[in-house]
Write a protein that binds this ligand. Structure first.
Ligand SMILES: [Zn+2]
Length: 67
């Protein structure tokens, strides 16, 4: 799985374990371990909170070809 924003490869297992307790993205994660965001019926993974924030501000910008 790659970061949708910058293309960096993410350890999704770590991202899942860090965010498993919340249904709509994690508020408290280790930014070095990756994170994810639930958007439009799917989980999207990001390597950092900064990348996730960029996605949340303008998701359509990173989802060209879908919707
Ligand atoms: Zn990224």
């Amino acid at each position: 799985m790659k970061c949708l924003v910058c293309g960096k490869v993410i350890d999704t297992a770590s991202a899942d374990s860090k965010t498993g307790e919340t249904a709509f993205g994690a508020k408290e994660v280790d930014p070095a371990k990756g994170t994810r965001q639930f958007h439009d019926g799917e989980w999207y993974y990001f390597d950092t909170l900064a990348c996730r924030t960029k996605f949340m501000v303008a998701p359509q910008r990173y989802l060209t070809g879908k919707a």
